[in-house]
Design a protein around this ligand. Structure first.
Ligand code: XIL
Length: 370
């Protein structure tokens, strides 16, 4: 008589199933069925010039976001000039590897050329003229990738930390309703694309309230905001897991899905009291602010790994409302955090190290999926 264990083993082997409890080998497999695991990619990863980086992207991730390639200043640098060479390669790469392709971003107060808001004499343009520019930009960019870019960050960072609407050039010239126009046109340009609102520090209660009001206002205007993106430029101790959970919970009650869109975790000394992702900060470095110029000590690696595991554990707990978790870069060498908010630091916020090796934090994220 065959013993039951042996029978199971024989059947499993016959079915080609390995009996050894193996860790899933990739992030996308580990979180398959829960949410997409995405990554922001730079020009060299889009073109394949950074072959090592591109390999990690295509093997490990199920979604991509262009770190800069689709921002207004890159894709539409002059009034009559669009440059789609890099975005075209970006979308082709995503399609080739069957990834969920994100567009970032259509309306932002940053990385948008000054000419957008000015006439030929450098004077502010009229509401009508700016509406036409915004309309044409959205129809040209979203229209080009209709049915190919699945998810658009339509408006990025429209809110102040106190929850009020940021007094950007968009708001100054177009008025508070500029968001409604942007979402309506994005929808018309590609009715099949999911439309996102993306911002940082939504874990701050006042800003979260502001985001809720904003989404409700858009919904009242008949707009379907599919996803709220929590950027996730985090640190070892901010946000707390409790406030992350509360943020996911309260925002998802609006009938939207939640994505973590730009996750990275800073282990370096903080500057300033409040969490932010304001890209205009350029603080001068000094040795105190840059404590690990050569390598990250083991104890810090462990803390980072634990923090990543805790956050992914929290996302997994809310998998019913989570659509995606995207890392803001591949290796530590790629990270914008080497130059922000302090210029010229050696930063360690991601899952692969400067040599392209997975860090303990990578293993911890894989483990957290089980
Ligand atoms: C950053 C990029 O990573 C940098 O390369 C660029 O110089 C500045 O922008 N919030 C966003 C992202 O929505 O687009 C920003 O990306 C980081 C903060």
């Amino acid at each position: 008589m065959i013993k039951p264990r042996l029978l199971i083993l024989t059947l499993a082997l016959a079915a080609g199933i390995s009996m050894t409890a193996q860790e899933p080998a990739t992030l996308k497999d580990a979180y398959h069925g829960a949410f997409y695991v995405g990554v922001a990619i730079n020009a060299d990863q889009i073109t394949g010039k950074d072959a090592r980086g591109t390999k990690i992207v295509t093997e490990q991730f199920s979604s991509i976001t262009p770190e800069n390639a689709l921002k207004w200043e890159r894709v539409h640098p002059q009034p009559d000039t669009y440059d789609f060479s890099l975005p075209d390669q970006y979308v082709t790469l995503g399609e080739k590897h069957h990834m969920f392709i994100v567009g970032h971003t259509l309306v932002w107060h940053q990385q948008t050329p000054a000419w957008v808001f000015q006439d030929a004499q450098g004077k502010p343009i009229s509401r009508e003229a700016l509406l036409k520019r915004l309309h044409d930009h959205i129809f040209t960019v979203v229209g080009r990738y209709k049915g190919r870019i699945q998810s658009w960050d339509v408006v990025n960072e429209a809110l102040n930390d106190d929850g009020t609407l940021r007094n950007s050039k968009w708001k100054q010239i177009l008025g508070d309703d500029y968001l409604i126009k942007a979402y309506q046109w994005a929808h018309e340009a590609d009715p099949s694309a999911e439309l996102n609102y993306n911002d940082y520090s939504l874990e701050l209660p006042a800003k979260r309230q502001g985001a809720m009001k904003l989404i409700q206002k858009l919904q009242a205007a008949g707009i379907k905001v599919a996803v709220v993106g929590i950027q996730g430029h985090d640190s070892l101790d901010w946000p707390s897991l409790a406030s992350e959970e509360e943020t996911i919970d309260t925002l998802s009650k609006l009938g939207v899905k939640i994505a973590i869109t730009e996750l990275d975790i800073d282990v370096l000394p903080a500057v300033g009291a409040n969490p932010t992702a304001d890209i205009s900060l350029h603080i001068k470095s000094n040795p105190k602010l840059n404590p690990y110029p050569n390598e990250l000590p083991d104890a810090m690696q462990k803390q980072l790994a634990r923090r990543y595991a805790d956050l992914f554990g929290t996302f997994l707990k809310h998998r019913d409302v989570m659509s995606r978790v995207t890392l803001w870069g591949v290796t530590d060498a790629d990270s914008w955090r080497n130059d922000w908010p302090v210029v010229g630091r050696t930063s360690y916020p991601l899952l692969w190290d400067r040599a392209g090796k997975p860090k303990p934090a990578y293993e911890a994220v894989i483990k957290a999926s089980r």
